[in-house]
Design a protein around this ligand. Sequence first.
Ligand code: SAM
Length: 291
Amino acid sequence: MSKYFHPGPLLRSAYYGNRWRLKQLLGIKDKPHTDVLSSGMSSAVARYRRICQTLLNNLPDREFMRKAVVSEIGCGDCLAAADMMLALGAKHVHLVEFIPMIVREQHREALESLIADESLPNRGDVLADGDPPRLNADQVTFHEGLLENVRLPEPVDFLYSFDVLEHVEDLDGFFAYCGEVVRPGGLMMHKFDLSGHGQFEDPMPPLDFQTMPRWLYECAFPKYNRAVGNFADQFLASMKKHGFIDLNIIPIRVAEERYLDEVWPHLRTEAHRRDKQTVALLDLVVTAKKA
Ligand SMILES: C[S@@+](CC[C@H](N)C(=O)[O-])C[C@H]1O[C@@H](n2cnc3c(N)ncnc32)[C@H](O)[C@@H]1O
């Protein structure tokens, strides 16, 4: 057995994955959960700050945001990025998320830390004044569902996501709708993470999960409850297919050359149809323009 195959983490993933699969089959609904906020205020603020800073540093054009209609896909429980887009001048933000959004006092508390951070433009506009905390309905609308199934009420100038694309099962449906809803000349920005998730994330080397044959991965990791395991070129091809041009690929993290050379012979067949540079892309931002 190669050192890149990890039976313990695989068995644990298969247990949790198939328990989830069974609950779905039996129609037992998962409780809505607020992943990031439930991990504690300081780690939530740290994550929200990282999201805002990454998006801000890689925005193709800040001026573009003035009066823009914006859409964030897969916000999870994060309202910080939408708040930042409003502070940059966006007219309206449409949040699209599969998990219901439960706005709570901790959102306000987390936003206060970001408002106090001088490196960020946040002003707290995403929430309405008063109690209980709720979204500022004049400027923010929440749409519950997968993007590929949702229909937004208006074309958008700027669409973005953070750590979402790696979870999208229907990539073609996702980008087909992006191509429809982003207006011609509009922009798109996605930050996504193609390294291992869950039991297979740091400190495990980032591509070890890609040594599993696909059938085994499919058994352990059920659809809609996993990182899909796509390679970077699959996202780019789908964006181009649906009318996006001027793709700018900004690597944030790449696999070390030595590790990649060592793991390469053990990677699943599909990896070998790609070049090493593509497979090495672990964490990246892609910006694109609608033709
Ligand atoms: C890893 S979480 C990231 C949440 C948040 N962006 C953050 O970075 O904290 C990925 C989120 O994307 C959502 N998601 C995945 N696929 C989606 C899709 N096709 N449309 C809308 N949301 C999606 C999931 O429900 C999940 O909340």
